[in-house]
Design a protein around this ligand. Structure first.
Ligand SMILES: Nc1nc2c(ncn2[C@@H]2O[C@H](COP(=O)(O)OP(=O)(O)OP(=O)(O)O)[C@@H](O)[C@H]2O)c(=O)[nH]1
Length: 444
């Protein structure tokens, strides 16, 4: 970019006006150096960021936003002058005093002005994200209701979610014979490991509360072949005045084969829900899934476990082998998680080298086995870099179980976090279960 000639340069008055304009702009504007240190900030940005700066000043943008975007500092280091580094990505944060936290979703755009100078544009999109979520739901419902006359099957379910009515079209689409499905729970239409009996009950509850429950995922035909399908559950009847006979349909389940839409759906889902570096669920998805599970627990208590994992001495790995090697270790760690967990589990990257797994319908002993399996696999399986360097790493883990005494997701996380801290101070490479003493690395 050529330097402007003196008479093209804005005069002092003009510059003053420009500054005032930026200061009063309704979106947040922040100028930082390459390390995120804030040089200029306008009123809107200060308002958005202040709730994040608990006890601290508005000194460093990356520190403030880092919890929601662990690779922010890394991405901000790249790019030539004028380049757009981050284009309106949503950051899911939580703000407010302990016990009264609320979600805050910020959209972040980051552009490099020149070497050592970045400008960030911030906007609060919390309400918009919620509106879009609702809109997507109703859009999916309309799609299911208005299209695909030939590729859907309607099944009647009783109040407990067992098949009560079966049709020819359902046999045509799924291959199941009437005798094979009558009286069986609707989970039989889902591919193995992709749902649980509790999840079906939750969906029946959602359908009663909201008028429908819509989901997409792997379904299965009678011959075992999987297909990508949508399932919509709608309550029918529900006339409490006349007691329903045992197999009276309580719900209608519509199964649709939407294999052709799967790629587009998956791409969209991946882009908005996964962590850039590891491909695991991102922090926002983790908190949403956690909130959902905790609400379900409140309705009908059932086992729910949370494991927090943190790579040990990760700073040393970065210092010794370089940041890209550290990234490789994080990807490896995520790969171990993906390979070892069920599809209903929610593994997520919630911070730089911090990971979490939500285990629905899992009690203490089951969760302990999973956490130990993960820890051991990570300690046993070294990472080999492209240049042949072998890196060994370990993780510490904290495990907590949802209990009726814990009112909120934050309480569960706090318990697991304390257990994780105990695992770190107990020597690392170990699992600590909340409420239990810290054992040796290979004692459990
Ligand atoms: N390579 C890489 N490093 C990251 C990333 N995010 C955070 N880090 C680094 O992770 C390190 C975390 O260090 P600390 O929090 O001090 O903890 P630690 O060294 O793992 O030590 P303990 O947790 O106490 O065992 C820091 O050096 C961060 O820079 C990332 O995306 N990639």
């Amino acid at each position: 970019m050529a330097a402007p000639s003196p008479d093209e340069e804005p005069g002092a008055d003009e510059q003053q006006e420009l500054l005032q304009l930026l200061y009063a702009a309704p979106v947040g504007l922040v100028q930082t150096d390459d390390e995120g240190r804030i040089a200029l900030i306008n009123a809107a940005a200060a308002q958005l960021l202040l709730p994040l700066a608990v006890g601290a000043s508005l000194a460093n943008l990356f520190d403030l936003l880092g919890p929601a975007m662990p690779d922010l500092a890394l991405r901000a280091r790249s790019g030539a002058a004028g380049e757009l580094l981050i284009d309106g990505e949503a950051l899911a944060l939580r703000v407010g005093p302990e016990g009264r936290q609320r979600p805050l979703v910020l959209s972040l755009t980051l552009r490099r002005l020149q070497a050592g100078q970045l400008v960030a544009v911030l906007a609060d999109i919390t309400a918009q994200v919620e509106r879009e979520r609702r809109l997507r739901q109703s859009e999916a419902w309309l799609n299911a209701a208005l299209t695909g006359i030939h590729d859907h099957a309607a099944v009647g379910l009783d109040a407990a979610g067992r098949v009560a009515h079966w049709s020819e079209s359902a046999t045509r689409m799924t291959g199941f014979a009437r005798e094979a499905v009558l009286g069986r729970p609707a989970t039989i239409f889902h591919a193995g490991g992709t749902t649980t009996p509790e999840r079906l009950l939750d969906r029946l509850h959602e359908a009663r509360a909201d008028g429908w429950s819509m989901d997409e995922g792997w379904l299965v035909r009678a011959d075992g072949r999987r297909y990508w399908g949508s399932t919509m559950i709608v309550p029918v009847g529900g006339d409490d005045a006349s007691p329903a006979p045992e197999h009276a349909p309580g719900f209608s389940l519509v199964l649709r084969d939407i294999s052709d839409r799967r790629d587009a759906h998956e791409q969209r889902r991946r882009a908005s829900e996964t962590d850039h570096l590891t491909g695991l669920a991102n922090r926002r998805v983790f908190f949403e899934a956690g909130q959902r599970e905790v609400e379900r627990f409140r309705r009908a208590p059932r086992p729910l476990a949370l494991i927090l994992l943190d790579a040990d001495h990760f700073k040393r790995i970065n210092d010794r082998h370089g940041h890209p090697a550290g990234d490789e270790v994080l990807r490896h760690l995520a790969g171990v998680m993906l390979r070892s967990l069920r599809q209903v589990d929610v593994p997520a990257r919630i911070g730089g080298e911090e990971f979490a797994v939500l285990l629905p319908s899992t009690g203490l002993e089951g969760a302990r086995l999973v956490a130990e399996r993960l820890r051991r696999a990570m300690a046993a399986d070294a990472v080999t870099l492209a240049d042949g360097t072998v890196i060994r790493y370990t993780v510490s883990a904290g495990l907590a179980l949802m209990q009726s005494g814990l009112a909120r997701l934050e309480d569960l996380i706090e318990q697991a976090d304390r257990a994780l801290y105990a695992a770190k101070s107990g020597g690392r490479d170990r699992l600590v279960v909340a409420g239990e003493p810290c054992g040796d690395a290979d004692a459990g």
